[in-house]
Design a protein around this ligand. Structure first.
Ligand SMILES: *[C@@H]1O[C@H](CO)[C@@H](O)[C@H](O)[C@H]1NC(C)=O
Length: 255
């Protein structure tokens, strides 16, 4: 009898665990917590699923990260003024199915040691626990692309050390709607940072124009002094990293 009750108890606990996983408040608040479960592009291994609610962003230092033109320089393209599609066919005519998959999602361009050095420098300048990296690149859309980024970061980190060695997830990404980069980031900010005081500091690393032009008029004031715009053919440099660190430190009241 005791044994039976023991089993019933275990079953109940398991049921409750399953139910709480499926129906945790975080899951119900799916939209605001924006859970991400990036798949590892190379091995197909599922990485940690991270749920981050608004409260976990309070007082945090946020970096909006673009990939193409920032971490993956356009200058590496064999034919840089034609469509990406042509270039990627040219590049990957081996029958690697993973590359084919990346190509089909348009997230195939290579990263360089230099851009990852620079990104590492930014991350290293602040306590890990305070940093939140938000993926704002087109690469955010597909799981396989997010997985590819994490894989490249880890490959780099395992050779060079530093924070990319354990860069296992993105804290969030901007919304799936494709607008201007400025609007995509602004919408994320307005949601998490409505009074401009939830986040301690933020910076945008992006080769897209986020300040000039009519299409950037709407949120321009919000972005002034908060954008690092690398030269797209080179990507993020050491100087860009210093500028990003300075931008964040200024908001943090340091100098
Ligand atoms: C990047 O760094 C690694 C390790 O130092 C090196 O083996 C590799 O050749 C470098 N890649 C490029 C493209 O320079």
């Amino acid at each position: 009898m005791t044994k039976l009750r023991g089993h019933a108890f275990v079953a109940l606990v398991l049921l409750l665990l399953a139910a709480s996983f499926r129906w945790s408040p975080m899951r119900l608040l799916h939209v605001s917590s924006r859970s991400l479960a990036p798949a590892d592009a190379t091995t197909g291994r599922e990485l940690l699923t991270i749920h981050r609610g608004n409260h976990e962003l309070q007082g945090k230092i946020v970096v909006f990260l673009d990939i193409d033109g920032v971490i993956a320089p356009y200058g590496l393209d064999p034919m840089d003024d034609d469509a990406d599609d042509d270039a990627s066919h040219f590049f990957y005519d081996d029958q690697d199915s993973n590359l084919a998959k990346l190509q089909s999602h348009n997230c195939w361009r290579d990263f360089t040691n230099e851009t990852m050095d620079a990104f590492s420098k930014i991350l290293s300048a602040f306590p890990h626990s305070e940093l939140r990296v938000i993926l704002s690149s087109y690469w955010r859309i597909h799981n396989v692309c997010r997985g590819a980024i994490l894989q490249k970061f880890r490959d780099y980190g395992s050779l060079h050390g530093g924070p990319l060695r354990q860069f296992d997830y993105f804290d969030d990404r901007t919304g799936d709607e494709m607008e201007s980069r400025q609007a995509e980031i602004a919408q994320w900010l307005l949601k998490f940072n409505p009074d401009n005081d939830v986040l301690a500091a933020w910076v945008v690393l992006d080769d897209s124009e986020c300040l000039r032009g009519r299409e950037n008029k709407q949120y321009r004031d919000m972005f002034v002094g908060r954008v690092v715009k690398p030269f797209e053919d080179v990507g993020l440099t050491d100087k860009d990293a210093d500028k990003a660190i300075q931008i964040l430190n200024e908001q943090l009241g340091a100098s």
